[in-house]
Design a protein around this ligand. Structure first.
Ligand code: AHR
Length: 554
């Protein structure tokens, strides 16, 4: 399935050049090595949905079993079986939403297996049971799912963390009726239906009120191998009648893989062939984009193109950022196509799988399929990606980092009693300041980074980020991708006046820096006050860093 993942095609829709041209005439000349950020508070871009800071947890490797779920009888501190240290950490970053149970797993999952008394639940072969690293292992839950973590346990996890559940329905291998019944199990009022009684027996008489529902996953691949048109017909059928119980259900259609523009166009064309009103049945169009090809253009083979999670050179650092930077053109490119059919842009983008994906080998435990070590490089790429979402609040309604724990771009590594927060976690902690704030226009201008890529000179942008306003606090998140050079920057606030500033930074002198079970606090956030007064502020961003400036305005 993964081997058939299509590679990116033509991803060059950008806006930054036009914006720079627009602002070029407004500013005084600055020394050529000085960067500049122009923030225009009276140009709001939209409210940043907290849900773009969402997460994804699949029954895959060590995500659920060993990651989230340790079981109620474990010596590891837990709340009804859920790892307590994870819940505490999720609360700190104001985690808004978690997608579950997959991923590819979702389209082979029967939600009914995860209901009823835990000891009576069936064991089922996991979608990923044949994956290289677990194939040779015994009857472990990563291979034969005991279903002790079902809908009720997931809803409990979400409630403890203070976030919304986002469930992915099985479209490939179950009929639509099972989807309706799952909605009934989750949302029908206490005492109203047999499934509400089952939910109560499972531990929750109150309905979960699940709003977000994915209608299949990667329906172009593991989710049914459909054409976009075939899927659109299935989609229409699945969402035609779904019980509401007073919940404003938000359906997410399985969307494109990266730059598959044709999927977006074909899906929307077929969806609307019986009438344009069908766009009203889609709240979000999912898009998946993994930053996986670090071959510098030498191959498009899914496995061969991957890089190493921990052994890399500066050229590989920049390659990950270059590949990750394609996110912006994917958003604007799909948005443009969506607008050709959905002229009022009712449908928003939901980037419900994103992050770097490396070769296997750096996982904490062998059963952690796709588990990888998370370095400062991943944190910088994650910050860059979140800033891309911040800059498009009108287009991106939700995003889910893949995946929460013990997997790809994880915020946490956990094994048995060990629990570690990764550099990516700290980015989510810093960037929580943007959640629900008003995004404002910020134009970044900086000398480029120059480096050598396969014996040829190459460049990458020198500074980028996003700005938002909440009450009288201006938040500016900034990535300096240069592995050696700090970037002195003049920040122009226009008519606004700063009175004080706090800077929080994630960086390290070693670009490979990471938190491990042996050394869990190697990478940490650092905060300090900085001089901020008037409408012009200077700040020097350290090399290889993510910085969050919080400026109090008069
Ligand atoms: O996140 C791992 C897998 O990547 C998901 O199950 C699938 O949706 C994607 O191909």
């Amino acid at each position: 399935m993964i081997g058939r993942r299509r590679f990116l095609r033509d991803a060059t829709v950008g806006t930054s050049a036009a914006l720079l041209a627009r602002y070029a005439g407004l500013r005084a000349a600055v020394p050529s090595d000085l960067a500049r950020i122009d923030v225009t508070l009276d140009e709001p871009l939209g409210t940043i949905s907290p849900n773009i800071y969402g997460h994804f947890a699949e029954h895959l490797g060590g995500v659920v079993y060993d990651g989230i779920w340790v079981g109620p009888n474990s010596q590891i501190p837990n709340i009804g079986g859920i790892r307590k240290s994870l819940v505490d950490a999720m609360q700190k970053i104001k985690a808004p939403v978690v997608r579950w149970p997959g991923g590819c797993f979702a389209d082979s999952y029967d939600w009914k297996d995860g209901t009823g008394p835990a000891e009576k639940r069936p064991r089922r072969t996991n979608f990923w049971a044949g994956d290289g690293s677990v194939r040779e292992l015994g009857n472990i839950p990563q291979k034969y799912d005991p279903n002790t973590f079902g809908t009720n346990e997931f809803a409990h996890f979400c409630k403890l963390c203070g976030c919304q559940p986002y469930l992915a329905a099985n479209l490939r291998s179950l009929p639509a009726e099972d989807f309706y019944r799952w909605v009934e199990y989750c949302n029908s009022p206490a005492g109203s239906t047999t499934l509400a009684d089952l939910r109560a027996a499972d531990g929750s008489s109150d309905p979960f009120g699940v709003r977000y529902w994915g209608i299949g996953n990667e329906s172009w691949g593991c989710g049914g191998n459909f054409t976009a048109s075939e899927y659109a017909v299935e989609y229409r059928r699945f969402v035609e009648w779904v019980p509401r119980y007073g919940v404003p259900l938000a359906f997410v259609a399985s969307g494109p893989d990266g730059a598959d523009w044709n999927w977006t166009r074909q899906f929307l064309q077929t969806l609307t062939e019986k009438g344009a009103g069908a766009v009203g049945a889609v709240w979000g169009l999912s898009m998946h984009y993994y930053t996986s090809n670090l071959s510098r253009g030498k191959t498009q083979d899914w496995n061969q193109a991957k890089g190493d999670a921990v052994k890399f050179d500066p050229v590989d650092w920049y390659e990950l950022l270059r590949e990750g930077d394609r996110m912006e053109s994917l958003i604007t490119g799909h948005w443009q196509i969506m607008g050709e059919i959905d002229r009022n842009h009712h449908i928003k983008l939901v980037v419900d799988e994103w992050g770097p994906w490396y070769k296997a080998g750096s996982q904490v435990a062998p059963e952690h399929i796709f588990g990888q070590m998370i370095t400062l490089r991943d944190a910088v790429m994650s910050a860059m990606t979140l800033d891309t979402f911040n800059r498009h609040p009108d287009k991106v309604a939700m995003a889910n980092c893949a995946q929460l724990i013990n997997c790809l771009n994880s915020l946490f590594l956990a094994h048995e009693e060990h629990f570690v927060v990764t550099p990516v976690y700290y980015v989510f902690q810093m960037y929580a300041a943007h959640q629900g704030a008003q995004a404002v226009r910020a134009v970044f201008e900086s000398p480029s980074v120059h480096y050598t890529r396969d014996d040829k000179p190459a460049t990458f942008w020198g500074l980028k980020g996003a700005a938002s306003l909440h009450d009288k606090t201006l938040t500016i998140s900034v990535v300096n991708p240069d592995v050696t050079q700090p970037r002195e920057t003049e920040i122009n606030l226009g008519e606004a006046k700063a009175v004080s500033g706090v800077a929080t930074t994630l960086t390290d002198s070693d670009i490979h820096a990471r938190n491990t079970i042996e050394n869990p606090n190697a990478v940490k956030l650092q905060s300090k006050d900085f001089a901020a007064s008037g409408s012009g502020v200077r700040y020097t961003f350290p090399p290889a860093s993510v910085t969050l400036l919080q400026i109090a305005l008069a």
